[in-house]
Design a protein around this ligand. Sequence first.
Ligand code: NAD
Length: 428
Amino acid sequence: MAEASYNPFAMAQAQFDRAAAALNLDQATRDLLRLPIREYQFSIAVHMDDGTVKIFRGFRVQHNDARGPGKGGIRFHPQETVDTVRALAMWMTWKCAVVDIPLGGSKGGVVCDPHGLSAREEEQICRGWVRQMARNVGPDLDVPAPDVMTSAQHMLWMLDEFETIHGHKGPGFITGKPVGMGGSLGRTEATGYGVIYTLREALKELGIQTASTTASVQGFGNVAQYAIRLYQQLGGKVISVSCWSQKDQTSYCYRKKTGIDSDALLGIADRFGEIDKGKAQNLGYEILPGEAWLEQDVEILIPAALENQITGENVNRISRRVVLIAEGANGPTTPEADRVIGERSIFVIPDFLANAGGVTCSYFEQVQSNMNYYWEKDEVLEKLDTKMTSAFHAVSELARKRELFMRDAAYYIAITRVAQACKDRGWT
Ligand code: NAD
């Protein structure tokens, strides 16, 4: 039982089953939505710099495309599994539905560790992934994007391969591209900023001034960095961040009780969001074990690293002072931990709502790419704020009206929209 809750796909299915039962969804729709519609698994051969050939395993899972083309990132991670990708694809379906953008849910991945790869080797993985998937992805089918350990550069290599195979330009095939090469201004900030737009609204509802709050963050990558930036701009104080140490194969938490200096930390972090431990020590940071991020005496926790981080085993270490958890990462909280958090009446902004800013901006990027007309950054961020704010209020209003947890309310809205699309199309 405990083990099943640590399998992200079992966890995503358990969350879905709970909501489907409460919504009284018919059996055919349940059977359709608890599994991906299509999935692909394949091998990618890479000629390594040392002359050997290495085979990497790649995935693309298309969970549901009733509301529009699939949408979802591609992760590079050594512990990637098809079940993680399945869970993430399913969460993408709910994410696009909860912010009401006309896209479905997909996700991709490659089992690899970019820490040990040269740029040339990474480029071959990107091109190899596209060669395997070229007929089953595209602007009207399924649109990839960056995720953990993939960047704008990876997206551009993938786009280039896709266009070479198809013999025409197709910038709408992929999002998260570099600005100037079809990318949207604001995309880099979008997920982290989106987390804070929803957090800002939640604090308003709770009657708490952002400037009076402190936060502890797990992760220091794309999502965490921009979430921290905007939260600090709104007056909040981040007292600790944690990240992975590749050399020590463990995570550390960097704490400064007077508040972290995110620019200084950015200056000593690498492209994977790993902070240099020695340099952080010189800057006066306390260095604690990675899990310490969870036990800090703060009002707000922002998990923004990976799935399965707040579990039945560590949930009771959350400080009594915590009033809000904004889930920047996908699937950071297991169902066991969720129950305890609910009993303690901690306000949760669930992952597929909190971190939907990335896909929302990706959707804006796709629209701009298809028109070949690009908006100013302020316009992008304003549209993003509007979309995130209205999605947040739709969920919180339902939660209040029906006395639901925020996660359940978000599921009800998202699943209802997707189920309706399946019905309208005559699928179920
Ligand atoms: P990233 O690769 O840029 O950063 C990940 C960060 O997490 C790094 O700082 C890394 O050191 C840290 N980390 C990894 N393992 C850790 C551990 N055990 N303990 C503490 N820190 C650890 O990734 P990202 O793009 O910021 O994504 C973070 C999460 O947000 C993921 O769950 C991802 O799926 C989700 N997400 C990302 C986006 C996006 O647009 N980038 C959109 C939606 C959701």
